[in-house]
Design a protein around this ligand. Structure first.
Ligand code: KG4
Ligand code: ZN
Length: 344
């Protein structure tokens, strides 16, 4: 069965073809980062319009890379939520129109389920059950995953998501958008002893997170130095290092607690912050020391992409072929808690 995946929840348009027998056939992606950069963040209206421009050319790219025609597609999976309403509407409308035109069934997919399952696309995928840390621009959650559609929320952030903290702190340092990769590159040259920033909720004895205080700590340090314009490059690197070390310490400690609490020995990292080199180094070191295994998606599938949506759709369809329907009316779900996702 060949599933087309359509991702358009935020600022990436992703189209991909996944074959349940042969695996990922092709994927095509366009990132809008350059377009939103001058505004310092995603402008929803511009995002929606760009998805309209990109989706069909990307579909053609994905089909031609796979050497296939549109009629070869068996089902279409699209991101139904959560995300920006307008952006979701574009992807859903395109997926459902294609489905209608080609007479193929369609299926709405939860964006976070896509992220959660994305490590299964790697060459050495984890087996179920595992603990998953989902760290993206909008979410920070620890989950127990027993199978496709079987997710138990163990803990989540009370305020900012980890990616949001990266982006906001980077902005405070004048590092532009998106801040995650920029602040972590800068941190590599920083002195770890220069600024010790707080580790929020490190000792809270539960699996909850809070990152807004850490962002405020960065703001206070920047202000104490006379504002970002007055902070020299080395000191920016030192602050970046203080920030990254704090967030990585918290994420690592909570992952260890989740493994201990569940008694599981497999940890999966998903979402954009999962691309972070310092987080990976810290988790790899902990895995060696505490004898558990840690799995990451391929770097290109850490951030938003169509492959994870095609894959999540294909997994659901394998379990329940009725999950996709020839019903082309759609409604998007900009807010959609993962625990409201129906069990298959
Ligand atoms: O999963 P994703 O592409 O989109 C959401 O669904 O939110 O994640 C985007 C987030 C952004 O906040 C971005 O700054 C962060 O992931 N990110 C990183 C890195 N690469 C992306 N954060 C830290 N280090 C990175 N290397
Ligand atoms: Zn995402």
């Amino acid at each position: 069965m060949i599933v087309l995946g359509v991702e358009s929840s935020c600022d990436e348009t992703g189209l991909a073809l996944y074959d349940t027998q042969r695996g990922l056939l092709s994927h095509a992606l366009h990132s809008q980062v350059a377009m939103h950069e001058e505004y310092g963040g995603v402008v929803p209206e511009l995002a929606s319009r760009d998805h309209i421009r990109r989706a069909i050319p990307l579909l053609e790219q994905a089909l031609s890379k796979a050497g296939m025609a549109a009629q070869d597609i068996d089902a279409i999976a699209y991101t139904q939520g959560p995300g920006l309403a307008g952006a979701l509407l574009v992807g859903s409308a395109i997926a459902c129109s294609l489905g209608m035109a080609l007479d193929k069934p369609v299926l709405g997919v939860h964006h976070l389920e896509g992220h959660l399952l994305s490590p299964l696309l790697a060459s050495e995928p984890p087996e179920f059950p595992f603990v998953a840390l989902l760290v993206s621009g909008g979410h920070t959650q620890l989950m127990r995953v027993d199978g496709v559609g079987q997710y138990e929320l163990l803990g989540e952030t009370l305020d900012d998501a980890a990616g949001e903290a990266f982006d906001k702190s980077a902005k405070l340092l004048g590092l532009g958008y998106p801040g995650g990769p920029a602040i972590s590159r800068m941190a590599e040259f920083g002195d770890p002893e220069a600024y010790k920033l707080p580790r929020p909720m490190l000792h809270s004895k539960d699996l909850m997170f809070s990152f807004s205080g850490l962002k405020t700590a960065v703001l206070t340090v920047v202000n104490n130095n006379g504002g970002a314009a007055n902070v020299c490059e080395q000191d920016k690197a030192n602050i970046a290092r203080g920030f990254v070390d704090a967030i990585v310490d918290v994420l690592t400690a909570k992952c260890l607690s989740a493994l201990k609490q569940t008694g599981l020995k497999r940890l999966v990292i998903a979402g954009g912050v999962g691309a972070n080199a310092q987080l990976r180094a810290s988790l790899n070191a902990a895995a060696r020391k505490k004898h558990f295994k840690v799995y990451y998606p391929e770097l290109e599938f850490c951030t938003d992409n169509g492959a994870m949506i095609a894959f999540a759709g294909a997994m659901r369809l394998q379990i329940n072929p009725q999950a996709a329907q020839r019903d082309y009316s759609f409604n998007v779900r900009p807010r959609w808690p993962l625990d409201e996702l129906r069990v298959i």
